[in-house]
Design a binder for this molecule. Sequence first.
Ligand code: FMN
Length: 391
Amino acid sequence: MKAGLIKLAVFLLVIFAAAGVGINAVSAATPAISAKNIHMKVGQTYRLKLKNAKKVVWKTSDKKVVTVTGKGKLTAKGEGTATITARSKGKSYTSTVTVSAGVSTSIVIYFSATGNTEAAALKVREAAAADIVSLLPKKAYIADDLNYHEASCRANKEQNKKSYVAYSTVIKNLDQYDTIYLGYPIWHGKEPGVIRKFLKSSDLKGKTIIPFCTSGGSGISGSMANIRSLASDAEVMDGKDLTYASDDEIKAWTGSFAKNKAPAGTAENEADTMIMKIGNTEVDVVWEDNASVSALKELASSGLTIQMSMYGGFEQVGSIGQSIVRDDRQTTTSAGDIVLYSGDRLVVFYGSNSWAYTSLGKIDLPKDKLTELLGSGDVTITLTTDRGRAK
Ligand SMILES: Cc1cc2nc3c(=O)[nH]c(=O)nc-3n(C[C@H](O)[C@H](O)[C@H](O)COP(=O)(O)O)c2cc1C
């Protein structure tokens, strides 16, 4: 009998381990507010949650700025800043809400079956100060529908047939938005049927669509052709897998679209020279003539300081603070090469490496001078332009 109980305990442990049920899931987790800083436009609503808490009392510090219902639904009433407090079991959790005037022209539209894409969508909504709406399938997915190991599960069948899956969500005033952040999980390399249905049945003429996904590792690229063909009236930007993206990365990513929308550089701007300093030393650079250099110039025009770190005994690498347009190609670099890595990092070489980069330019200095400048400790690189200097 005792041996039987031990066997049962071991079996249950194995099952829990296989199901990924950790200790945290069993023990009571501490409450946490779903967003600490919220930006809203007058008239917008937002659902704030106190995770891991049941009885919650919600309060606002200023009803003229934002109201809150007993379920944590916020409504932005007027410009200003207010604090929302959630009280549970004698403890308070706060969130700061900043309300600005005018209607939002961006919206996050997403479908999420098990919550991963929803979590990413909430971050995108926060970073882009956009409205948000979830596409809810008319027939909700249950666990068996998503069991993709089972060839005939509902999701597999829909993906095989490239089905259009009906949803019950009504998106009010889609006309109001010029930018749609479109979020979805990757199912068998592609977008789910709910997303296909949305794209097929909506008037997207003239809109900008910015796809994002969460995935188990496949990434978003396999879905892009379908998204582009279903939204042929819209401008569809390259999508991004946000599965492991930090809040800062998401902010930089949404920010890059806001920048891209700034008026294009004038002929005078284009002729502007970008000046690079490594520490206090100004170096001569032959810049490439490509879209990434133009985008970098735009950032440099208001002064860009990049904290670099030595890496691998052949390069210095540092974040430019946001993603810019990229055209990565497999490259073997040499001393003096300046490249963009992963869309948001500047790399300057005093040795060589092989990777997929976007070429930005080349420093006109011999290898020993470059090693002197770059090979003996982390440096700061500053980029300015003639225009920036004149300011
Ligand atoms: C039917 C199905 C098919 C999937 N196919 C893939 C796939 O091809 N590649 C991948 O990386 N992940 C795949 N996944 C994993 C999901 O993309 C991943 O778990 C995603 O974060 C789920 O998002 P959600 O929680 O918003 O639904 C699949 C999941 C399901 C349910």
